[in-house]
Design a binder for this molecule. Structure first.
Ligand code: BT5
Length: 279
């Protein structure tokens, strides 16, 4: 049976300047990522769309980009605010050779690639907030959502989703995020070429993913640690079932956060939200 046409585009007129996909492709020198870009004016979520493609055996490295998302999401089904024509909403299909237990390393790898790529466009040092946020000047500039599908002891695919606030005026952000979020426009006071951001990001991801696959996360760990600003700081970690307060020590090789609790015991946290105490 032929695959349904997942690339069907809407016919409505754009209400902003669309991304020039050919400008992103031109000059892209990657080994695996971005050879094919599926581009949409609007999708439910680029992660959901990429998952549908991956389930139809779409090969590794294909990228989904949308100008807006009707159901953009973060972790635990939280919404990702996705206005049209100003930001980046991108998902990449990966088929890593890592065992499922190491799949969280994809998020860590992506955080390194994302922070380093964004650094070229803003005047402040992008920091990593474990596990999946990029902060600039203490505010959220970008987020990562990785979703994996496993087959027994093997990772079938990982959808790596990235949202970056680029030319999104801080004043037009909804109240729910305005105090804690920022954008490149907010940081620089000027519009940034979205094409340049996307091209640099795909290049950075391609390089970091190659290093992860060939050498393991140890090769990237020093770069991750260099951007982990909460090391040694007192933090509150909110999990679905409990809250722990302690001192952030770093991450272990599986990407878990190591926290020293009030009794001096080390706690290993695999999922949760970290909030600096005193915030
Ligand atoms: C994340 O989740 O930060 C992951 C965000 C991933 C979004 C991308 S866009 C492309 C791809 N397709 C998708 O559907 N998703 C991915 P989390 O750590 O759970 O943070 C979610 C929280 O961030 C929300 O509850 C808000 O507080 C905040 N938030 C929502 N939209 C935001 C935005 N545009 N900028 C900054 N913060 C935002």
């Amino acid at each position: 049976m032929p695959a349904p046409d997942l690339d069907r585009k809407e016919e409505t007129k754009p209400a902003g300047i669309p991304l020039r996909i050919h400008q992103i492709r031109d000059g892209l020198t990657t080994n695996r990522l971005g050879k094919h870009i599926h581009y949409f004016r609007e999708v439910d979520s680029t992660n959901s769309h990429a998952r549908r493609l991956a389930e139809q055996r779409t090969p590794e490295g294909e990228v989904v980009i949308a100008e807006s998302q009707t159901h953009g999401r973060g972790r635990l089904g939280r919404p990702w605010v996705s206005p049209p024509y100003v930001n980046l909403y991108l998902s990449v299909i990966l088929r890593p050779t890592l065992p499922p237990i190491d799949a969280p390393q994809i998020t860590l790898m992506a955080a390194v690639a994302l922070a380093e790529s964004l650094a070229a466009f803003i005047p402040v040092f992008p920091a990593i907030k474990w596990p999946n946020d990029i902060l600039a000047g203490g505010k959220k500039l970008a987020g990562i959502l990785t979703e994996s599908a496993c087959h027994g002891e093997r990772v079938d695919f990982v959808i790596l989703g990235i949202g970056v606030n680029i030319n999104y005026p801080v004043e037009s952000m909804p109240d729910a995020i305005r105090q804690r979020a920022t954008s490149m426009l907010g940081l620089t006071g000027a519009s940034v070429s979205r094409e340049n951001v996307v091209r640099r990001l795909i290049q950075g991801l391609d390089r970091c993913y190659g290093e992860l696959e060939e050498m393991g996360f140890q090769a990237l760990a020093p770069r991750w640690e260099a951007r982990f600003e909460l090391r040694g700081k007192k933090v509150r970690v909110e999990m679905t079932d409990r809250i722990i307060i302690g001192t952030a020590k770093g991450i272990d090789r599986d990407g878990a956060l190591i926290l020293e609790d009030g009794r001096g015991e080390l706690q290993r946290i695999v999922a949760g939200d970290v909030v600096p105490v005193g915030d």
